[in-house]
Design a protein around this ligand. Structure first.
Ligand SMILES: Cc1cc2nc3c(=O)[nH]c(=O)nc-3n(C[C@H](O)[C@H](O)[C@H](O)COP(=O)(O)O)c2cc1C
Length: 306
């Protein structure tokens, strides 16, 4: 009998659909026992979010400040053969509930020496968050053996509009009837069990050595050159702006509202201006620096930290 623990957080169920579709081959094997643990913040994050609530979580998310979670039901001393951590990036960082789990004493006990597969379902920018995940897992002495990503495949500016309608307006269908539906498509979910087959093989044979390259071959890792460059800008600027807001006050405080509000205006406008410029640069990059871009894509497709 193989024991698998799935730790996940989701607001609308999008991520749980993605992780369940991925793990279907394991579910179908009676010799695999899967336990799901949904993380629940004591003070739940809202859905849909108000404009202020959404941008106010930015500094604490970027700084990795944890929130209080409801008690876990898993036993951290149980021998799990694989732990799956399914999470969303928030502001190019690990979302607060999952980051809070990673900072708990139970996570330290549970993850030391264990193989871990991460599953991400997001808009399209997950590279920075996964770098932070690699770092945390390394600190916890866990062995990151696989990463599976699900993204919204629309053009960056389209999904910027639809994600805002989705998180701020609670719009789960086509926004205004003309925009594509936000998120992971049915087609991508149908492809997910093929990733699970690879995970299942590794689990049964106790050999995770080739899992990541097999997942990459199956198309489980989506790295786009334009987003790679855009995220690079964000990763430099976000900590600076997060500090600028935090200096004014704690989460939700009146004193920092103006700075949060400015961020809420500057961020979408910044993406709006930078996105087309970076798309052009990324189209040229293969011509002027093809080796470097290939190396970057290869780096983000694997699990070690540089
Ligand atoms: C506060 C917040 C910040 C987000 N930041 C990002 C981000 O940096 N990159 C990204 O690709 N998606 C981002 N998203 C979208 C989420 O990754 C995810 O698609 C969305 O929250 C729906 O997930 P769920 O239905 O599983 O809860 C963000 C969402 C929220 C609520």
């Amino acid at each position: 009998m193989k024991n698998v623990l799935v730790i996940y957080y989701t607001q609308t169920g999008q991520l749980s659909s993605a992780v369940k579709a991925t793990l279907l081959p394991l579910e179908n094997d009676p010799s695999v026992n899967i336990q799901y643990e949904q993380l629940k913040p004591v003070k739940p994050f809202p859905y849909p979010w108000s404009y202020m609530e959404f941008f106010d979580v930015f500094p604490e998310t970027v700084h990795g400040i944890p929130c209080e979670l409801e008690p876990f039901s898993f036993d951290p001393d149980k021998k799990f053969d694989l732990v799956v951590i399914a999470y969303q990036p928030w502001f190019l960082s690990i979302c607060i509930p999952v980051n809070s789990f990673l900072q708990s004493p139970q996570a330290a006990k549970l993850l030391a020496g264990k193989p871990v597969v991460t599953v991400i379902a997001c808009r399209n920018m997950w590279l920075g968050a996964q770098e932070k995940m690699k770092k945390r897992l390394l600190e916890l002495k866990a062995d990151l053996v696989g990463n599976v990503t699900f993204v919204d495949r629309s053009a960056n500016l389209i999904s910027l509009i639809t994600v805002l309608a989705f998180v701020l307006g609670g719009v789960k269908d086509k926004f205004l009837g003309i925009f594509p539906k936000y998120g992971v498509t049915e087609k991508d979910l149908q492809a997910a069990p093929a990733y699970g087959v690879k995970i299942h093989n590794s689990l049964i044979t106790d050999n995770f050595l080739y899992l990541q390259s097999e997942l990459v071959d199956e198309g489980a890792v989506i790295v786009k050159p334009n987003l790679l460059l855009l995220e690079g800008r964000g990763r430099v600027l976000f900590p600076l702006y997060a500090n600028y807001i935090s200096k004014k006050g704690k989460s939700g405080s009146k004193e920092r509202r103006t700075r949060v509000r400015i961020f809420g205006i500057v961020l979408p406008i910044g993406i709006l201006i930078l996105s087309p410029i970076i798309t052009i640069v990324s189209r040229l990059a293969p011509l002027i620096a093809s080796g470097k871009m290939k190396k970057e894509i290869a780096y983000y497709s694997q699990n070690s930290l540089r």
